[in-house]
Design a protein around this ligand. Sequence first.
Ligand SMILES: [Zn+2]
Length: 170
Amino acid sequence: MNPGQKMFHDFVVERVQPGTQPQAEAILADCFKAQDDGTFTVEQLDTAIAQLGQMVRPECQDEFHRASGHMRGQMSHHAAERPHADTTLQFCQSCGLPFDAQHEDMRANEADGTKSPYCTDCYKDGQFLQPDATVEDMIEVGVPHLAVKIGEDEARKQLTAFVPTLDRWK
Ligand SMILES: [Zn+2]
């Protein structure tokens, strides 16, 4: 546990109803582990807050919701910042492949030879290679690639939020 985690842990454990400490500690341990692994999401935090909220003593509810609200605000702030970390980074507007240094040569051409906003897996000479693909298909194509870095569940969650925002699916 880092100092911030320890503080929130102690804060919660002191305020839950007698007998629910072990349950509360288990929920907190899951959250902290996800935080340490870099897989913690605002959704997971919301679930944890809802579960812990049921264990917190009535007279401590206000205090608990202030503290957890603060934590949530901090976290969604960081989460919202992440995609903009590199403002020059562009993504294939069909599958979400990042055109970073490793993938820059995967940018497909339009029929007239100019660069398209799509990658060579999705597009060739002005046409989609799979014109009937759905946004759901495209999410599943991306999952194994991103899963290597962040695990399958988190990859699917992020792509489900991201891919539908790309130009092809708007
Ligand atoms: Zn693509």
